[in-house]
Design a protein around this ligand. Structure first.
Ligand code: GLN
Length: 481
């Protein structure tokens, strides 16, 4: 087997090596699979047994010159996104033995562009969690410190990229599930605008908040993946008919033209001092480069977490009603009554956090409480959205922390769901408002754990996130302390 250094690979240098025949996609895929087999972070739930064969097909295309920038590049996919013929468990016992019968549009587009699926990554059950400890297959450990969590719910995807088990990966983000683990694992993660990427084939958690998005080592890699995944899809009525820009232009655009804002509400709570100092340092570097950075306000920020934890479980309780073991998933004993069957199958199939949210969501939607909780939360949603509309009249991109702290210890928050929910305090706003957000690694704390910076922009302005994100990446490379 060829010895390939997987440390510093990104889409562009993989593509170059493939074209110069330094290694083939088959060899590269094999190298990743070997590394995945030896992985100690539990990042993957299953691997694609056909990966090497698929990579060899990509090699043939490369020989014939029929390529895109993604041909032969390996990809890891969160286990909540369907890939025909591969297991799709959503990290739940309920779907332990389920094999997908069709492929998600986002994945299909990447496969059509020549990407090779390595396997399916671990996550919190049905994407519900902030630490990846809610997986039926066990927690994902942080590659920087195996006693700490990788974040969640797309923890497997973030750990896979950070641990060089895949160059790039897909996750889903309903309240921060791409940006928070990206921040904990020191990789880049994008939550695209609601509607930018088809949700067809992504198991629904909260349909009005969910988006598929990419994780990688560089902003450029995310731009490549978004370019191929995005766009309207007949199979998802909420996918938006909005012009898709050429994102390579965004990477070359003049970042200094962007007006930047610091939302004061995101800096007033309890943020780890290392996180705030790191952000201040980046802000200072940007100011030195001539950026005007304005202090701005998002007055309803304090309500975002509460609104999210009402709206999201309401939608979860409805979406997860389909898992009853009658059509797919865990099945019960045939001689039971239907009531018994439901009780048996759903009690056994779901984990504690999933049950908590189904029960909470059912309560929130029940007659008598609907007005008090669900309707109030919807009103808050409108106010929070309005805050962003107003602020984006003044600035192009907002700068915030991605998370209040760096990665916490395994087991530290499992007994206290409220503490766990607080790790989403800076990320849920983007989902509630349907805007786009990117998390970018900007340094390390005293324990050598990665710190993430979040950039937020108005709907369909991913190009602005790429422009500024790419600029900050370069700025930091040139200012390493
Ligand atoms: N951590 C958040 C939650 O537990 C977000 C999950 C997600 O984005 N899928 O709901």
């Amino acid at each position: 087997m060829k010895n390939i250094d997987l440390e510093n690979l990104n889409i562009e240098n993989i593509q170059q090596c493939l074209r110069q025949r330094k290694f083939s996609s088959g060899e590269l895929t094999n190298a990743y699979l070997q590394k995945i087999k030896a992985d100690e972070t539990n990042a993957f739930i299953s691997i694609n047994e056909n990966a090497v064969a698929e990579a060899k097909q990509a090699d043939e295309k490369i020989l014939k010159g029929e390529t895109t920038p993604l041909t032969g590049v390996p990809l890891a996919v969160k286990d909540i996104i369907l890939v025909k013929g591969l297991a799709a468990t959503a990290a739940s016992k309920m779907l332990e033995n389920y094999t997908a019968s069709y492929t998600a549009t986002a994945v299909k587009r990447l496969q059509d562009a020549g990407m090779v699926i390595l396997g399916k990554t671990n996550c919190d059950e049905f994407a519900m969690g902030s630490s990846n400890e809610n997986s039926f297959f066990g927690p994902v450990l942080n590659p920087y410190d195996k006693e700490r969590v990788a974040g969640g719910s797309s923890g497997g995807s973030a750990a896979a990229v950070a641990g060089n088990l895949a160059p790039v990966a897909l996750g889903t983000d309903t309240g921060g599930s791409i940006r928070q683990p990206a921040s904990f694992c020191g990789v880049v993660g994008l939550k695209p605008t609601y509607g930018r990427i088809s949700r067809y084939g992504s198991m629904a958690m909260a349909s009005s908040l969910d988006q598929i998005g990419p994780l990688g080592k560089t902003v450029k890699d995310l731009a490549y993946l978004l370019q191929y995944m995005a766009g309207v899809d007949d199979k998802d009525a909420t996918s938006a008919q909005v012009k898709l820009p050429d994102y390579s232009l965004a990477l070359e655009a003049d970042a200094t033209k962007l007006r930047l804002g610091l939302p004061q509400e995101y800096f007033s709570g309890s943020i780890d001092s290392y996180v705030s100092q790191s952000i201040e340092r980046v802000v200072k570097l940007l100011e030195e480069k001539g950026f005007i950075i304005e202090k701005v306000n998002l007055p309803n920020t304090d309500y975002a977490l509460a609104a999210y934890y009402l709206l999201m479980p309401a939608e979860v309780s409805s979406n997860l009603a389909r898992f009853d073991g009658l059509l797919y998933g865990l099945a019960g004993q045939k001689e039971m009554s239907l009531d018994q069957w439901y009780k048996e199958v759903r009690s056994q199939g779901f984990g504690a956090e999933t049950k908590r949210r189904i029960i909470l969501g059912t309560y929130i939607l029940s007659a008598g409480y609907y007005d008090a909780y669900y309707k109030q939360a919807q009103k808050l949603r409108t106010l929070i959205k309005q805050d962003f509309v107003e602020v984006f009249k003044k600035v192009d991109v907002l700068i915030t922390p991605s998370t209040p702290t760096t990665a916490f210890a395994v087991g530290e928050k499992t007994q206290d769901p409220l503490q766990m929910y607080l790790s989403d305090v800076f990320t849920v706003g983007a989902n509630i408002a349907g805007i786009c957000g990117l998390s970018l690694p900007i340094g390390f704390d005293k324990n050598n754990l990665p710190i993430g910076l979040q950039l937020l922009a108005e709907p369909f302005a991913e190009d602005k996130l790429f422009t500024l994100g790419h600029f900050i990446e370069n700025l930091l490379i040139n200012n390493i302390k």
